[in-house]
Design a protein around this ligand. Structure first.
Ligand SMILES: NC(=O)c1ccc[n+]([C@@H]2O[C@H](COP(=O)([O-])OP(=O)(O)OC[C@H]3O[C@@H](n4cnc5c(N)ncnc54)[C@H](O)[C@@H]3O)[C@@H](O)[C@H]2O)c1
Length: 311
């Protein structure tokens, strides 16, 4: 029988790439998304446009904070939930910690309740590298339980991981928390640095650079993330796992800007700004566990994929 995946946040950047893959593989897919105004709805509508008329695809415009609404509108039987819906910005979470808590914590709890009520036994959760925060022991390994989050956003992702443990233990729901490391690629959210800088440099406008350019990120290509999610959907060994999905390499902010300059053939005008609260100095994934459990092998090469993104 054709399997059915419920994807929350499926109109967004990562979600829409996952939906593309699932549709290619013949899944039935239901997307729950409320088109959160964090960025333009038209971008999300264009992300999902290819599937709107496919009978195997269903879009449910609903807010994950509204559990009764989901109970009413989601009537199919689902084999797996991939829960990606969230308020996703680090810096904006400092201005709106309660809003982040409501969507990312209560919303996640609602999805877990939904899984419990409907007997859905596989739950994949989008966590984040930001849970490690300022833990200095890089590359970060899942075995290192010293989490030092420094933004409300990061703390909501820690909460999601812990709630998942509770539901997996009490209700036998297999819960995979995947810690994504800075994801980039086509359709990247407009608030993220690569997207924002590319646009400003092309327009000849100054780019705000926070700090001296030495902060480092483990940039992960969206196709690699989607393959990791897909593999987690089939994982059937243990009931609860936390798994890094990163690229296992780091790129400094200065190198990232240089890569954009080279691809565009335009020199950036730098508007140097102080380091922002909530920003961590580095992220770096140990990807061994993902390799062992999910057969995960990131293939995205930063300069090559940057060129594709800019295209
Ligand atoms: N992009 C990254 O680098 C990155 C890194 C780590 C973790 N993540 C996590 O991955 C997931 C997907 O991120 P993304 O970059 O694709 O972000 P995105 O903003 O493009 O996608 C999130 C989607 O969730 C939807 N959404 C938000 N609030 C909702 C609500 N209350 N009810 C229903 N839908 C709602 C939004 O409309 C959006 O379509 C998020 O959970 C994010 O925290 C992303």
């Amino acid at each position: 029988m054709t399997k059915h995946c419920l994807v929350t946040g499926g109109a967004g950047f990562i979600g829409s790439h996952l939906v593309d893959l699932l549709m290619d593989q013949g899944w039935n897919v239901t997307v729950v998304d409320n088109f959160d105004p964090f960025y333009d709805k038209s971008i999300k509508l264009s992300n999902i446009a290819p599937h709107r008329d496919n009978p195997k695809y269903r879009l449910v415009e609903e807010d994950i904070r509204n559990l009764p609404g989901m109970r009413e509108k989601l009537n199919d039987s689902y084999d797996v939930i991939v829960h990606l819906a969230a308020k996703a910005g680090v810096r904006p979470s400092i201005q709106d910690p309660v809003g982040y808590q409501e969507v990312n914590v209560t919303g996640t709890q609602n999805m877990l309740e939904f899984a419990k009520e409907r007997n859905i036994k596989q739950f994949v959760f989008a966590s984040s590298s930001s849970v490690y925060g300022i833990n200095p022991n890089v590359p970060w390994s899942e075995d290192d339980h010293v989490l030092m989050p420094i933004s409300p956003y990061a703390s909501t992702k820690v909460s999601g991981e812990l709630m998942g443990h509770v539901y997996s233990h009490l209700y036998d729901i297999r819960f995979l928390a995947l810690r994504f490391f800075t994801v980039y690629g086509p359709r990247q959210r407009p608030d993220l640095a690569i997207h924002k800088f590319t646009k400003l440099i092309k327009e000849g406008k100054p780019i705000p650079v926070y700090g001296d350019g030495s902060t480092r990120r483990d940039y992960t290509y969206v196709e690699d993330i989607v393959k990791g999610i897909r593999s987690a959907m089939d994982y059937d060994k243990t009931l609860y796992e936390v798994i890094n999905l990163g690229n296992n390499k780091t790129v400094s902010l200065a190198e990232m800007i240089e890569a954009i300059e080279q691809t565009l053939g335009i020199k950036a005008i730098i508007d140097r700004q102080p380091t922002q609260p909530g920003d961590v100095p580095q992220t770096w994934a140990d990807a061994d566990k993902a390799h062992r459990l999910l057969d995960y092998e990131p293939r995205g090469d930063f300069s090559r994929e940057m060129a594709r993104f800019i295209d």
